[in-house]
Design a protein around this ligand. Structure first.
Ligand code: FAD
Length: 291
């Protein structure tokens, strides 16, 4: 099922992101987590793609299993900046052969030393063009950044590039994590004003361990409100309390998004069925599912 059809239903719903294992030995535990998360009945699940493609076979296997074994629509992520054209074309073919209908087309982070002359693809839009050329009829989504992409000099320029992506055929965008919903609402206003009309799926990252905070911020460049800093200061040393507080914070963000006209939220579940379940339980009456 195409993601655009899933989110067009306009019912309150939640989806989850999972990431593939790095080794064969870890595959089973990830598969187990995926099965548990799928059993919660999310509207879809997305599977990340390791930069450079080293874990591509797992991305493919997991995305296929989500769809075939657990009957949940899936998205396979695909990056391009550190891959050759041959590798990317091969992956497009494999995704198509696996019957996966949805792809999140990303540039990927530029690895150190991967200078312009060593790259075939420079931006996610180049991957979109490759997918189009291949004739694969994927529903292609991309990434967007409410607080702008860290490399972009201004929010204005980032939105210009997002518009180019939408015009090139990206059908929806999933957002980078954010911890202050007002930044997301402001972003929505600015992109709609620029004529970007495709659906935007807000991405919410539940921070359930104190040591995730610094990493999440350094990766995303997201602003962390004082309210959240206070919570980590108070509960960061107590793992159970931090887990509960982090889930409550993420739930509160999701409920506020629902209350402000958003019907679909994507949760970065970090392969944690416990976190995914707790969030679904907290939203059970709103999304009409009992756990
Ligand atoms: P782009 O859209 O190419 O944008 C990157 C930068 O280039 C931005 O600053 C943009 O303003 C600028 N830009 C865009 N187009 C142009 C243009 N035509 N000319 C000039 N400048 C331009 N990484 C992974 O490795 N694997 C994953 O599975 C993965 N999943 C992700 C899922 C989501 C929802 C998000 C938000 C990010 C994900 N990432 C993943 C991280 C992502 O690969 C990085 O953030 C990367 O640095 C940018 O990717 P992009 O697709 O947004 O790039």
């Amino acid at each position: 099922m195409k993601i655009t059809d899933v989110i067009a239903k306009k019912e309150y719903s939640v989806s989850f992101e999972v990431f593939p294992p790095k080794t064969d030995t870890a595959f089973e535990s990830v598969e187990h987590a995926v099965e548990e998360i799928a059993s919660l009945g999310p509207s879809f699940m997305s599977v990340t793609y390791g930069a450079g493609g080293g874990t591509s076979k797992y991305t493919l296997n997991i995305a296929k299993n989500i769809m075939d074994k657990y009957s949940v629509p899936s998205i396979a992520h695909l990056t391009c900046v550190s891959s050759s054209r041959e590798t990317v074309r091969d992956m497009i073919g494999k995704i198509q052969s696996a019957g996966i209908e949805n792809v999140l087309a990303l540039r990927g982070d530029i690895p150190e030393g991967c200078t312009d002359d060593k790259r075939y693809y420079n931006h996610a839009i180049d991957l979109m063009r490759e997918i189009k050329d291949s004739g694969a009829g994927f529903c292609v989504g991309g990434a967007c950044y409410p607080e702008k992409h860290p490399e972009c000099p201004s929010k204005k320029e980032d939105i210009i590039h997002l518009k180019e992506k939408a015009d090139a055929g990206f059908k929806f965008f999933t957002s980078q994590m954010f911890f202050d919903n007002n930044l997301f609402y402001n972003f929505m206003y600015r992109i709609r004003e620029q004529g970007i009309t495709v659906p935007i799926i807000p991405g919410i990252m539940p921070i359930t361990k104190a040591n995730q905070v610094a990493r999440a911020i350094s990766l995303s460049g997201s602003f962390v409100p004082q309210r959240f800093i206070n919570l980590v200061d108070k509960f960061g040393d107590n793992p159970d309390a931090m887990m509960q507080a982090g889930i409550a914070y993420a739930t509160d963000q999701i409920i506020d998004l629902f209350a402000n006209g958003i019907t679909h939220v994507h949760v970065y579940s970090m392969n944690s069925p416990g976190v995914a379940r707790a969030i679904m339980k907290n939203l059970s009456e709103i999304i009409g599912k009992r756990y």
